[in-house]
Design a protein around this ligand. Sequence first.
Ligand code: GLY
Length: 260
Amino acid sequence: MVLVQSQMFSRAIVRIPSKSVVNGLCSNNFGPPVYEQAIEQHSEYVNALKKCGLDVIVLDPDEDFPDSTFVEDTAILTPDVAIITNPGAPTRKGETKNIKSVLADFFQSIEIIKYPGTLDGGDILVHGNHYYIGLSTRTNEGGAKQLTKILDAHGMSASTVEVENGLHLKSSVAYLDNNYLVALEEYAILPQFKKFNILSIDTHEHYASNCVWINGFVLVPKGFPRAKNTIEDAGYETIELDMSEFQKIDGGLSCLSLRF
Ligand code: GLY
């Protein structure tokens, strides 16, 4: 079996939460986030990225878009090409408008997912040169086809996974490295993921399935001890972060940055 190392990252793009974050889209009854706490938690997140060795590009808040701190949904960054998405939620479509100019400083080749295709970055799970595309309420077949064509043209491959539970594919699945995949138990049994060493997360700790491998560290949300132990027992050093205010609006650790 070939063990696929995750690519080492050198940079991340983040966007400071806007005051309008209190109006972020949500599918739960946790209530709106507290803006000041969201700012504090975001600042700790940036510190964690720096601890992982990343240069962090911090974008100003965008008040027009309550969910704009979740920059991961706006682009897919591969070694050769950056792809600007067309987010599936109507209130999030305009979030991509400022991303292209930021990415143009780092990527010579930039592609765009176009209507009627929709695609959120949170639905894209990367394993080496292969991209798993979650078909969700945000990412449709058209978006998946466009992305597959772009990846194919750049020597990469893709396949789709139905997202039956959770907002995005990466709400429930995270690739670490060396063949380790963190997965909510019902995703852990999917045939597509059979080849991985699965670190299974039970339903009570579903939120912790969204963790992020960065240069050997794994960012995990605070308050999910079994998931944290499972990841540490596999040999990873974790960095625990309070994500309470982002969890209230269905946002996870991966959503808060674009890493490349
Ligand atoms: N609140 C994050 C999202 O729904 O996209």
